[in-house]
Design a protein around this ligand. Structure first.
Ligand code: 6GU
Length: 216
């Protein structure tokens, strides 16, 4: 069982995806569990404030320590071994190898930042800083979904049948799968390669290997 506790101000941006398709099936099969902590509940004062202006000046607002520490501590009180993932453009670039390392019987807390950033002291709580590449998003919600999806699909039983393990060794994120076709064999003059219609499994395997692409 893999479990994700997502700390966010925008649960409604994340939840529908987890109720759909493979993530939902993983939940139904008891292979994954997703739950949410509303950061706002740990906000300060009558307005349940979670952010403030940066010391030294500058634009925008930063997530402040108190609500974030309280939210993470509330989860760790029940599950002390849970590991914290922080989506941030300052993190290590996410890839298939890291997804594989994290896939297993574990509980991850994903802290979704929002606004211009976070108080640096929040990093003392974090086990994994993850970036999705060299561009900037408005918050950690989309990265959280990508991290969850790429890990959860590697949990045995989430994808149907033999597929999972086998294609994975092929499609490791750098070596992208070979081209695939389904019926019809001729669509508007675009024909499926003959070898794939031949029934010769040896030749098909060779063709697939020679047509496995490298990621650009
Ligand atoms: Cl993880 N967060 C944000 N806000 N922007 C990003 C990112 C993460 N990865 C790439 N850009």
């Amino acid at each position: 069982m893999i479990k994700f506790t997502i700390i966010t101000l925008f649960r409604e941006a994340i939840e529908p995806y987890l109720k759909t398709s493979m993530m939902w099936k993983a939940t139904e099969k008891g292979l994954a569990e997703f739950d949410f902590v509303d950061l706002r509940e740990f906000g300060l004062g009558p307005h349940k404030s979670v952010d403030d202006t940066p010391y030294g000046g500058g634009d925008g607002m930063l997530l402040r320590c108190e609500p974030v520490f309280a939210a993470i501590e509330s989860v760790k009180a029940k599950e002390p071994t849970a590991k914290v993932i922080l989506p941030t453009p300052a993190g290590a670039t996410w890839n298939q190898k890291t997804a594989r390392e994290l896939a297993g019987d574990a509980h991850y807390i994903i802290l979704c930042p929002h606004y211009e950033g976070y108080d640096e002291r929040i990093l003392t709580l974090v086990d994994y800083k993850v970036s999705l590449g060299h561009y900037v998003l408005t918050g950690g919600e989309l990265p959280a979904l990508i991290i969850i999806d790429s890990i959860t699909r590697l949990i045995p039983g989430v994808l149907g049948g033999e597929q999972s393990a086998e294609i994975e060794s092929f499609s490791d994120g750098d070596n992208i799968e070979y081209p695939q076709y389904t019926k019809p064999s001729d669509f508007r003059g675009m024909k499926v390669p003959d070898v794939l219609l031949s029934g010769n499994h040896g030749e098909i395997a060779k063709w697939r290997e020679s047509h496995t692409k490298k990621a650009e």
